[in-house]
Design a protein around this ligand. Structure first.
Ligand code: PBG
Length: 322
């Protein structure tokens, strides 16, 4: 039936009908808040490029987690800034590693909060790359060994989920095997499956002090020009035992999110990364945009594209609206 019989504006007239027919609804269940934990005590370091986000020492991180949980945030993703780094990222596997300490402290004080640990070496290596360097490049297979150890160590500390973000080949399988052998069959793996070599990670690398000291990450992260390759990455991660698969960044990759959703019967996670967050904050500071409306529109668009879960630094600001 065509105009004038059909008029799509009829259902847009009242907020009640608009709400009735809304196809995508963002809820608190959808969001994960990333947090940065730093060695020391009483430390709250501002991250200038990410307003409202801080590097927090364990004591203050626990306080922050209590506040977030009380506000309705159900899940956090932890990144660590250790006191010392080494060539291979061994510090990330230590019983008393910075994230391991944070996990234990959060679980002791806010046990209901769901805690996810990012598994990667870039914050823990002197050179800032995501693994062991051999002949000027990250060596895949020796890096798998440290990654598996890091995952098991996080599980021992009591983490609820691990999230490998390194983009080495085969890491999900190696990690699943190591977790299972150590009786952590219940710990899920959220795989950063389609992680692109992106300029949108800039502010994060300041926050996590993880910028590569030479070269870039294009020998392991994906080429932003590729879409079919994302399907191959995801297929392999599913075969290796991933419980959730991720697209990262989110906004320039909404087409990838949709393709994965249509292709695989898997929970899809999208990471609304630091650069995407900082652009909104910077424009809002200048008074150029309505931050709340824009944030809701961005997060809704990521969900509409097909994401079941969204990791976003906006979580702490927007949770009250949901
Ligand atoms: C790697 C990691 C990165 C991010 C999450 N995990 C950075 C990178 O690959 O260089 C980026 C997150 C963001 O930009 O918000 N450990």
């Amino acid at each position: 039936m065509r105009f004038p019989v059909t008029r799509l504006r009829r259902l847009r007239k009242s907020p009640i009908t608009r709400n009735m027919v809304r196809e995508t609804k963002l809820t608190r269940d959808d969001l994960i808040m990333p947090l940065f934990v730093r060695y020391g005590e009483g430390v709250k370091n501002e991250i200038p490029s990410m307003p409202g986000n801080y590097q927090l020492s364990v004591d203050l991180l626990v306080e922050r987690c209590k506040e977030l949980y009380a506000k309705g945030v159900q899940s956090v993703l932890l990144f660590g800034i250790p006191e010392h780094k080494d060539d291979h990222g061994h510090v990330a596997c230590e019983h008393n590693g910075i994230v391991q300490q944070a996990v234990r402290a959060i679980k002791a004080e806010v046990p209901e909060l769901y805690v996810i640990a990012d598994i990667c070496n870039c914050e823990y290596t002197t050179h800032g790359h995501c693994g062991t360097i051999i002949d000027g490049d990250v060596d895949n297979d020796s890096t798998l060994v440290t990654l598996a150890k890091q995952a098991v160590s996080m599980a021992e500390a009591g983490v609820d989920m691990v999230a490998p973000s390194d983009m080495m080949d085969g890491r999900v399988g190696v990690m699943r095997k190591a977790l299972d052998e150590n009786k952590f069959t219940h710990v899920p793996i959220m795989a950063y499956s389609a992680k692109y070599a992106s300029a949108f990670y800039g502010p994060f690398r300041d926050a996590a002090e993880s910028a590569p000291q030479f070269g870039d990450r294009s020998t392991y992260q994906m080429d932003p020009a590729n879409s079919n390759e994302a399907l191959r990455e995801v297929e392999l991660d599913i075969e290796e035992g991933a419980d959730m698969v991720m697209v990262k960044p989110a906004l320039s990759y909404l087409d990838i999110i949709r393709r994965l959703k249509d292709t695989f019967n898997m929970p899809i996670v999208a990471y609304n990364v630091s650069g995407e967050f900082s652009m909104v904050k910077a424009a809002a500071e200048k008074g150029w945009i309505d931050e709340k409306r824009m944030t809701l529109e961005i997060l809704t668009s990521i969900k509409r594209a097909g994401a079941d879960v969204i990791i976003s630094y906006h979580t702490q600001d927007i949770i009250d609206e949901l």
